[in-house]
Design a protein around this ligand. Structure first.
Ligand SMILES: NC(=O)C1=CN([C@@H]2O[C@H](COP(=O)(O)OP(=O)(O)OC[C@H]3O[C@@H](n4cnc5c(N)ncnc54)[C@H](OP(=O)(O)O)[C@@H]3O)[C@@H](O)[C@H]2O)C=CC1
Ligand SMILES: CC(=O)N[C@@H](CCC(=O)OP(=O)(O)O)C(=O)O
Length: 405
């Protein structure tokens, strides 16, 4: 059982987190830390971290072509953020759903997360399964009930469908206490008063200091990581095309054609072929204009995991090896992003917490690269990223409780 700490201790811990989060960030005012703005020369990159032998020839090729080798401008915080050793009390609204259940499993294995309340209209009165730290019964919590409980909760997770969260957020905003809210829906992803929580591409110090975090969508997390490393090389006059195929858990538990197992058997369903909300999210979050990214989503018969094939127009001729090296440098040290050679397989990503990026096939013109990325929609596409954001904002080590390989 986790012990409960007095409020004053919790507040002191939160204050310590906030004041200790003066992490070195890139010297510009952009919300996102994605491109080569912080590129270093070859020599300064070398002094910053050792360069593996296999990378040297690629870097030589970059130098020949005039590319500066880069290091990750926004490295993970790891233990540097671990200023809090007081357990945090968690309320989970939407606990019955797929992402809610994935969060219960993660919270159960986290040394400092103390789940206190789980809400579901359908399961109210039943005991929560899969959580061994304390006995918890599902409650049907409306916004008023959440406000009443706010004094005994440090972080609310909203794992609700799009468009449902607002009354909860509005009432918590009115309350005196600023407990942390992490919202998994798309409702606040375009709201500048919230922090968009994609730690690998966004200033981690912002997430550390935020009390309102909008968790990115699943397709958009994979797409942004698959595109973000190459931003400075993109031909902005052309469209980046993203062909995505999701497992049907992406469609949630509410029955629909997109999670109808019979319909999906030996089948593939294309949907929202233009204007999917993640299309806008990817462009917005990467600082690209409307129409610069085209996302074509599909759903298939497997349960969890997304495959993305991303075609990126390049403003100058590049070779595959150089491009792969750019990704490796950009994501150096990131435990939840793996850069691989071949196009990764979606069946290998189910149940994993990271994103895999590979392929890097350049066409005969040298001015278009195709990158493939895989992501488990319920893990890094939702619950794992939520926990990563909670760790940052609550002052724990960024990967605490996340099984990294
Ligand atoms: N599934 C995925 O791969 C991903 C999902 N997301 C986002 O995360 C959120 C949750 O998704 P997911 O877990 O798949 O959804 P599910 O449909 O599986 O679960 C939805 C949850 O919300 C509750 N709920 C539904 N309607 C209401 C309502 N009107 N008022 C209160 N509670 C309600 C349900 O419980 P009950 O009906 O019992 O109250 C259930 O617990 C969504 O916004 C989704 O877009 C983000 C990334 C990936
Ligand atoms: C297969 C499937 O239906 N997937 C969902 C993506 C889930 C998700 O991440 O949606 P939010 O942006 O609302 O969080 C969809 O396309 O809407």
């Amino acid at each position: 059982m986790l012990s409960s700490a007095p409020m004053a201790m919790r507040a002191a811990a939160r204050r310590a987190v906030r004041s200790s989060s003066s992490i070195a960030t890139a010297p510009n005012s952009n919300r996102y830390v994605v491109g080569l703005n912080y590129s270093r020369s070859f020599s300064s990159a070398r002094s910053a971290r050792p360069i593996a032998h296999h990378a040297v020839s690629a870097i030589a090729s970059q130098q020949r072509r005039g590319y500066a080798a880069t290091t990750n401008p926004n490295p993970p915080l790891g233990k540097k953020n671990a200023s809090n050793d007081v357990p945090s009390r968690i309320g989970l609204i939407g606990a019955r759903g797929y992402t809610g259940q994935a969060l219960v499993e993660l919270l159960n294995n986290h040394p400092y997360m103390d789940l206190r309340h789980v809400s579901s209209r359908e399961l109210a009165g039943q005991e929560l399964q899969g959580y061994s730290k304390r006995k918890i019964t599902y409650e049907n919590l409306d916004a008023e009930a959440v406000l009443q409980l706010d004094s005994e909760v440090d972080c609310w997770i909203m794992a609700l469908p799009n468009g449902v969260c607002k009354p909860f957020v509005d009432i918590l905003n009115q309350g005196a206490k600023k407990s942390l809210i992490v919202d998994l829906s798309a409702d606040y992803r375009f709201d500048d008063s919230w922090t968009y929580g994609l730690p690998e591409l966004q200033k981690r110090s912002d997430i550390c200091q935020s009390s309102r975090i909008s968790n990115p969508g699943c397709y958009s997390t994979g797409s942004q990581l698959g595109i973000g490393a190459l931003l400075d090389h993109i031909d902005r006059s052309k469209t980046i095309n993203v062909f995505g195929v999701s497992g049907y858990s992406g469609a949630g538990t509410k029955p629909s054609p997109k999670n109808d197992v019979k319909l999906l058997h030996d089948n593939l369903i294309a949907y929202s072929l233009t204007g999917h909300i993640h299309e806008r999210e990817v462009a917005h979050s990467l600082g690209l204009g409307q129409g610069e990214v085209a996302l074509m989503p599909h759903v298939a018969s497997w349960f969890r995991g997304i495959h993305l094939t991303i075609s990126i127009p390049l403003k100058e001729k590049m070779d595959s090896r150089t491009i792969r090296q750019i990704y490796q440098d950009r994501y150096a040290g990131e435990k939840l992003v793996k850069v691989v050679g071949e196009a990764p397989l979606v069946k290998d990503i189910a149940g994993k917490h990271h994103v895999e990026i590979g392929g890097f096939a350049v066409d005969s013109t040298g001015k278009r690269v195709v990158v493939a990325a895989t992501i488990d929609n319920l893990s890094k596409g939702a619950a794992t990223q939520c926990l990563q954001n909670m760790n940052l904002a609550l002052g724990y080590a960024e990967y605490e409780g996340i099984p990294v390989e």
